[in-house]
Design a protein around this ligand. Structure first.
Ligand SMILES: [Zn+2]
Length: 116
């Protein structure tokens, strides 16, 4: 495993407002403007994976003689700051707020105020 540089760690993992299963829109890179479902989140690193997006081709060299080199697609994680959440209630690109509902913390859409 290659270790990430310390600077890429998210110093405030509790501020991670995107969860697995959310629909997000990518705002940077070659998949900019595309939307997809979040398949995994790493709050410590502030990174996430979006289903079927941010795929890059990786060339794999043949290991043995007679074996062919391949090009495989590898999904790279995206930084949370490079995606925007899509509200399931109003289908708009939005920001997330938090409010308390009794003891529970509830995430809500900054535009329609609906719970996410
Ligand atoms: Zn909304």
């Amino acid at each position: 495993m290659r270790r990430s540089p310390k600077s890429s760690y998210n110093p405030h993992p509790e501020t991670m407002h995107i969860k697995k299963g959310d629909t997000v829109k990518i705002t940077v890179g070659k998949d900019r403007g595309k939307t997809g479902k979040v398949t995994s989140v790493d709050a410590k690193l502030g990174k996430l994976h979006v289903e079927g997006l941010n795929l890059y081709k990786k060339h794999v060299r043949p290991r043995k003689q007679g074996e062919k080199g391949e090009i495989v697609s590898v999904a790279r994680p995206l930084d949370v700051s490079n995606v925007a959440i899509i509200c399931p209630n109003c289908n708009k690109q939005t920001r997330v707020g938090q409010r308390k509902d009794g003891e529970k913390k509830v995430r809500y859409c900054a535009k329609c105020k609906g719970a996410i």
